[in-house]
Design a protein. Structure first.
Length: 74
């Protein structure tokens, strides 16, 4: 990952990539998200959540979007 995190969510997307969102870096909750591409073994930053959160859930919707809810939010 580009940013070490704990308490994040990981969601397998329809294209085989994994969306990792939120969490904490040990000092602050994170709003950032990253995509993991297992074919290349690379991580890239992607859009951020509107507010930082950790210990949340993430659900892949039929539309391909990911719903992030609950957890701890600042």
């Amino acid at each position: 990952m580009n940013h070490a995190r704990d308490g994040h969510s990981g969601t397998l997307l329809n294209n085989g990539q994994v969306l990792v969102a939120g969490g904490t870096d040990g000092g602050a909750d994170l709003a950032s998200a990253e995509l993991y591409n297992p074919a290349s073994g690379s991580w890239t930053f992607t859009g951020s959540m509107s507010s930082p959160r950790n210990a949340h859930t993430a659900t892949l919707l039929a539309s391909g979007e990911v719903l992030v809810a609950g957890g701890n939010q600042l």
